[in-house]
Design a protein around this ligand. Structure first.
Ligand code: IMP
Length: 211
C-alpha cells in the first residue's frame, strides 16, 4: 500500500476506465459508499490493451497500468456478457464482439443475429453479466471482487437508458423491463457492476483502507 491510511481520510482512487458510460456508473455506485473519492483517468495515459483471457486478468492489466502511470491506487472494472447458447460468449470479448472499433449497436445486432440463427427458441437466451472490480495499489497489492446478474436476452432492443447490451438484457430480479428501461438507481440496485463495486468497497473497509 502507498502508506498508512489516515483514520477518517477517504481513499483516493484513480479510475482506470476510459469509457464514460462505465465511469459515470462507477461514480454513482461508489459515491453512495463513502470512504472513497474518485479521480478521472488522466487523458495522457495511453490505452491499455485488454489481452487477458479472463475478466480478472484484464481488470488487473488496466488497474496496474493506471497505478503505475499515476503513482496512485487505481480501480478498474472488466465486464462480460455470457450467453449460454454461445458457450459463455461473447464474455471477455464483449466490447469487440462485432470487431475492433465497433459501436454498442453493432455488438447488439451481431448478438441478436447469432441467437436468431440458432435452432430452438427456448433456453437459448439465458445469459448473465459478470464484472470483476479490482483495486491495485502502487506497491502491487490488490483486492478484487466479482459481481453477477442473471437474465435473458430479448429478441429486439428496448429502452433508451444504460449502455452496451442493456437494451437486450432482462434481469431475472426485475419486472420484465430491460436494463435500458430501468432508472439508473434501479439498475444499480441489482447490477453486476454495483454488486462487484459494493463488495470491493466492503473489502476495503474491512481491511481498514479509506474508512
Ligand atoms: P469492458 O469491461 O470495457 O471490457 O466492457 C465490455 C463491454 O461490455 C462494453 O463495451 C459494453 O458493450 C458491455 N458492457 C459493459 N458493462 C455493461 C453494462 O453494464 N451493461 C451493458 N453492457 C455492458
Amino acid at each position: 500500500m502507498s502508506g498508512p491510511a489516515q483514520p477518517g481520510a477517504p481513499l483516493v482512487l484513480v479510475m482506470a476506465t476510459a469509457n464514460p458510460d462505465k465511469a459515470s456508473e462507477i461514480r454513482e455506485i461508489l459515491g453512495g459508499e463513502g470512504g472513497v473519492r474518485l479521480v478521472p483517468r488522466p487523458a495522457d495515459v495511453p490505452d491499455v490493451e485488454e489481452t487477458g483471457d479472463t475478466l480478472e486478468v484484464n481488470a488487473r492489466l488496466k488497474a496496474a497500468a493506471l497505478s503505475a502511470a499515476t503513482g496512485m491506487p487505481a480501480v478498474a472494472d472488466d465486464t462480460g456478457l455470457e450467453v449460454d447458447a454461445l458457450g459463455g460468449g461473447p464474455g471477455v470479448r464483449s466490447s469487440r464482439y462485432a470487431g475492433e472499433d465497433v459501436t454498442y449497436a453493432d455488438n447488439v445486432a451481431k448478438l441478436l443475429a447469432e441467437l436468431a440463427a440458432l435452432p430452438g427458441r427456448g433456453g437459448v437466451r439465458r445469459a448473465r453479466f459478470r464484472t470483476v472490480a479490482l483495486v491495485r495499489f502502487p506497491d502491487g497489492r490488490e483486492i478484487w471482487r466479482e459481481g453477477m446478474v442473471a437474465g435473458t436476452i430479448t429478441e429486439t432492443p428496448r429502452g433508451e437508458g444504460g449502455f452496451g447490451y442493456d437494451p437486450v438484457f432482462v434481469p431475472d430480479e426485475g419486472d420484465g423491463r430491460t436494463f435500458a428501461e430501468l432508472r439508473r438507481e434501479e439498475k444499480h440496485a441489482i447490477s453486476h457492476r454495483a454488486r462487484a463495486l459494493r463488495a470491493l468497497a466492503d473489502a476495503l473497509r474491512s481491511e481498514g483502507v479509506g474508512t
